[in-house]
Design a protein around this ligand. Structure first.
Ligand code: HAM
Length: 444
């Protein structure tokens, strides 16, 4: 009987592992360039952590079960609730702003399809302790530079920017209370993926006869693409008193955010799009998602502000903003643009060994070379020279280290450049000193 992997789970043969590590390497490099610190958290968590905090959509996709101790547990579908707990527990001793990142596997019981699996990696980056738009800008800039680090540019991806605060103001202007607003936002979140008539039907449950006219106003808002139009739209809303001053303050935040993004070189990637609402329950302010510029495919990344979550998980009041980028849609996009390098791992040296005493010498030299970081291979079983040279040529190694009885007696090893066929002899006790020159300059 042959066992297969579970649907939506991947195996990583060395070549795929090298591709995966390329992605992880770039993620880590850019996060460090922004001075984010790496952290980690358990993959298995109490189920409770995700109920309510993450929102209905994710809870419906949990891998959850009862462990042998009778605890209700779940494989993590996302990092944010674990991270908010970690931060909450140490909030007072952490130097603010806290800028942390993680690369880890996450699990969602979704229908496996293009861009969506049941086990996938995310690069999470979050900032805690800074309420102003400078933190949102820092994260969006990190998101853009990360995608750029793979060779993607403004014709390849866009970051769609929206704001749940603005939506709440717009819905308040429509006379909706908080509970109704939350339900309506859920409907707006699915606008693009739902037939229009279905949307009107769902809105009618909240708004009655007003549903159609309301949807037209929502569509006018989601069609806005530049800041001047957004400002004009907000100025025309029938808001009074506190709500009117909140709206003005919020537009000042927008200006601040856009100025930061321009200065950080992210302007070309940005697209105002109030159609982005984000399905997760905890978002409170600016929200954003990165997509292929063509608009095709599932999101490359998503995030936003979640100022209430740390407190909700038992910590102090602590503003927070962050995003996560997935590996699946990213690699699909990079493959489509021929931006994934092909990695071939080859040894620097391969030993070709005469007999038993020579084998001991070869192993001793290999141990030395390996201890300082060179990649060294030798045959695990005794073979004739012919077979060994054939294997050496196929290995892709740069040099063969040839250990014969005669060389051993003279304290030398013969080094053959497997590209040119040239050979030199090097005293074995000089090998370590000679190797850097060999690798840089070859034998001549
Ligand atoms: P999310 O939008 O649910 O946000 O996921 C972020 C990214 O993870 C998506 O844009 C996508 O690239 C990837 N992703 C999600 N589900 C799957 C799947 N089934 N298969 C492949 N890739 C997937 C969050 O998870 C938030 N916790 C992000 C965040 C961090 N917000 C604040 N901090």
């Amino acid at each position: 009987m042959q066992f297969e992997t579970l649907p939506g789970f991947r195996e990583f043969y060395p070549e795929s592992c090298a591709r995966r590590n390329h992605v992880f390497g770039r993620w880590r490099r850019v996060a460090k360039a922004f001075n984010f610190l790496e952290y980690d958290a358990p993959v298995l968590e109490p189920l409770e952590l995700y109920i309510e905090k993450s929102g209905e959509e994710i809870v419906g996709q949990l891998f959850n079960f009862e462990d042998r101790g009778g605890r209700a547990v779940a494989l993590r579908p996302e990092m944010t609730p674990s991270l908010a707990r970690l931060i909450g527990a140490k909030a007072n001793s952490l130097k603010r702003p806290v800028k942390w990142f993680n690369i880890g596997e996450h699990y969602r019981y979704e229908r496996p399809q293009k861009g969506r699996l049941r086990a996938f990696y995310q690069f999470n980056a979050d900032i805690f302790g800074e309420p102003g738009p400078a933190a949102d800008a820092e994260l969006i800039a990190l998101l853009c530079q990360t995608l750029q680090a793979f060779g993607l540019n403004a014709s390849d991806f866009k970051v769609r920017l929206s704001d749940r605060d603005l939506w709440l103001l717009m819905l308040a202007a429509e006379g909706l209370d908080a509970a109704s607003s939350a339900r309506v936002l859920g409907i707006i979140d699915k606008l693009e993926r739902t037939e229009r008539s279905k949307t009107v039907e769902k809105l009618a449950a909240e708004l009655g006869d007003e549903a159609e006219a309301f949807l037209e106003r929502v569509e006018a808002a989601t069609a806005i693409r530049d800041f001047d139009a957004l400002r004009a739209y907000m100025e025309n809303l029938p808001l009074e008193g506190d709500l009117a001053s909140e709206a003005r303050a919020r537009m000042a935040d927008w200006e601040d955010l856009l100025r930061h993004l321009k200065a950080a070189g992210a302007e070309d990637f940005m697209q105002i799009d109030l159609g982005i609402v984000r399905g997760l329950a905890y978002y409170t302010g600016f929200v954003f998602e990165a997509f292929e510029a063509s608009g095709e495919g599932r999101a490359l990344a998503g995030g936003g502000r979640y100022d209430a979550l740390v407190k909700k998980l038992g910590g102090p009041d602590m503003p927070a903003v962050g995003f996560a980028m997935g590996d699946v849609t990213l690699v699909d996009l990079l493959d489509g643009k021929s931006l994934m390098p092909t990695y071939v791992q080859r040894p620097d040296f391969i030993a070709v060994i005469g007999g038993a005493p020579e084998r001991d010498a070869a192993l001793a030299d290999a141990a030395q070379l390996r201890s300082v970081g060179y990649q060294v291979e030798y045959p695990l079983k005794t073979q004739g020279f012919g077979k060994q040279f054939k294997a050496a040529n196929q290995s892709g190694a740069r040099f063969a280290l040839i250990y014969g009885g005669d060389e051993l007696a003279r304290g030398v090893v013969k080094v053959r450049d497997l590209g040119s066929g040239e050979e030199v002899e090097i005293a074995r006790d000089q090998l370590l000193q000679q190797v850097p020159g060999l690798l840089e300059g070859g034998l001549s």
